[in-house]
Structure formats: C-alpha cells, structure tokens
Design a protein around this ligand. Structure first.
Ligand SMILES: [Zn+2]
Ligand SMILES: [Zn+2]
Length: 319
C-alpha cells in the first residue's frame, strides 16, 4: 500500500506531491521544520519554511529559493495540502501537517510544550498518523520548570563572581543561547556572547527578538575585563582561542543530558543545568495523546522504547 508519507533515502517523502520534509539529501521541494543543521541541508531546489524561521535559514543557505508561509497557511501541491504549525522548539519552528483526501499526517520536527516566551508556543494538531521525535522518550527524562533553572544559573553566576571567576556558559548557538540570555539577570554583571552566537543574535534581533544588553566577545577583552562577568558560548566553541586563553574558569553547560552518566565525562568539572528545547517524556506523551492519532511513528532518539511504551497502551506503532 502506498502511504501519504513514506521514508525514502532522502528522508520523509510525499510521493503524490513529490515533496520531502527535512530532507537529508538534495531534492526538489523541501519543507523545513526549523534551521538546526540536522533538519536543514543545502542543495535543495525549492525550500518552504515559516516566515519567522526564514531569516536564519536565509543566513545559513544564502541566495536560494525560499518560500515562507504563515502558520496555518495552506500550500497546495498536486492536490496535497501542506501547512506549518507551531512546535515551540525555537523561533519559527514548525510541525508539518499533510492532508490528502481527508487523511492527515503530522511530522513533528523537534518540539517542546513548555512556553519559553520567545518561540511560538506549541500547538497540538489533530491527525491520523503522528511522526513524533522522541529524543528524550524515557520516563527518567523529566524537566523542572525553566524559572527554577534560570534562578540556579543566576545564583551560580553570583557565586563565580564572588570568587573572582569568569562564568562560561555553554548553550547551542541557535535557540538555547537566546533562551538562556533571556533568563539571565543582567544586574549581576556584563554579558558577553561568543561570535558564533552573536551572529545568530544579530539576525534574530532584526526580527524583534528581545535580548538583554550584551556584547560580542572579542580578542581585546582580556581576563580582567571578563572577571565576574558571563560569556555564553556554543559547546562546540569551548576549545576556541577566545575561551581557552582565559584558563581555568567556572564552566556551566545547559543541556537536557546534564543529569546523565556520560555528561561528567564529556564536560569534566562543568556545572550542568537541565534545560532542553525538546519535550520530556511527559511532554511527548501529552503531545501524542493530544494529536488523537491512531498511529504513531517514533523517530530520533529512544525510538524503540518510546514506541513499545505506546504499543503497550494500544497504539498502532510503526518503526
Ligand atoms: Zn532542533
Ligand atoms: Zn533535531
């Protein structure tokens, strides 16, 4: 039987519309859920994304064909109706709803249910088949309210300041960094951003994203300019000269994996702050229930465990 969407070597594919969702190899039509590198690849002929995801995607891809849609705005391709719906993951992130002859599929992309105040809040979309991410699809993943985490981060910063240290806080450049910046208390000290984050901030601020007062970290900023202050840096840039030259300082890492066994090994001596832009186990379950789907296709993460859990609850699960 030919399904409305099917897995192809390029990723999720609608054969009727000759259209892919977050393709991993170049295709003709690509619906992009958001600008993170595992969802956005270069080389496609024609891109679709939400209006608020477009500036970052444009920055990452350069002058390619990008058509932007509002949330809920239908796009008809060969009789198949596509639309984007808020996923609450980062600004502009979307679930993709695909409808044909009364049958509805939803591809979740990445999502979270907690409203972070800067992404468009997650909206549940009714469907027959729900293709859901399950990055944190085990019961042990249970997030605390973000306000508690931000209070901990600010307290950590104050303590480092009292000890005359620089606070180096690692967070992904697109999304997590801005969420963290918005949770920082700028009355404590100065906030610096690594260039990789500041380049993203520049784009988002032109879209009206409000960030606390901060400055781009530059080589001219010496250790003494930075003591007592805080630098937000992507985890991938912790080894950069700009950071390494500062020597031993207080390191914090903001990550959903912070409570896990491998975390201390990966970030020796770091203080972990458990904040994620993905849904925790309860959030995933809530989203699957709210979708009203009769069929679940778990992707990304604990696919087997999460799928088996739902199978046990009487759901039809495709792996
Ligand atoms: Zn993502
Ligand atoms: Zn992802």
């Amino acid at each position: 039987m030919s399904e409305l969407l099917q897995m192809s070597p390029q990723g999720w594919y609608c054969p009727i519309a000759l259209t892919h969702i977050d393709p991993i190899k170049p295709v003709r039509n690509a619906f992009i859920t958001h600008g993170h590198a595992d969802h956005l690849k270069s080389g496609n002929l024609h891109y679709f994304c939400t209006r608020s995801a477009r500036p970052v995607i444009r920055q990452r891809l350069g002058p390619v064909s990008i058509e932007s849609l509002e949330y809920d705005e239908p796009q008809l391709i060969n009789g198949v109706q596509f639309s984007f719906h808020p996923a609450g993951h980062i600004l502009g992130s979307a679930q993709v709803r695909v409808e044909h002859q009364g049958e509805v599929w939803v591809v979740s992309g990445d999502y979270k249910l907690e409203n972070d105040g800067w992404s468009e809040a997650f909206e549940s979309v009714k469907c027959d088949t729900f293709i859901s991410e399950c990055t944190f699809g085990l019961p042990e993943f249970q997030w605390r309210p973000q306000a508690e985490i931000f209070a901990e981060i600010n307290e950590w910063w104050r303590q480092n300041q009292a000890a005359g240290q620089v606070s180096i806080l690692a967070a992904y450049a697109l999304g997590k960094a801005q969420r963290v910046l918005r949770g920082l208390d700028p009355s404590i000290g100065l906030i610096f951003c690594h260039p990789a984050i500041e380049n993203v901030n520049d784009v988002l601020q032109t879209q009206g994203v409000k960030l606390p007062s901060h400055q781009r970290l530059r080589p001219k900023h010496k250790l003494n300019d930075l003591r007592g202050n805080l630098i937000v840096v992507p985890p991938t840039a912790l080894g950069d000269y700009l950071i390494k030259r500062l020597g031993e300082q207080a390191l914090g890492v903001v990550s959903g994996w912070s409570g896990q066994a491998g975390f201390a090994k990966k970030h020796p001596g770091a203080h972990g702050f458990g904040l994620s832009d993905h849904a925790d186990f309860a959030g995933l379950n809530k989203a699957v229930s709210a979708s009203g789907a009769q069929r679940l296709i778990p992707v990304h993460g604990y696919v087997k465990e999460f799928g088996e859990y739902w199978k046990g609850n009487g759901m039809e699960v495709l792996f």
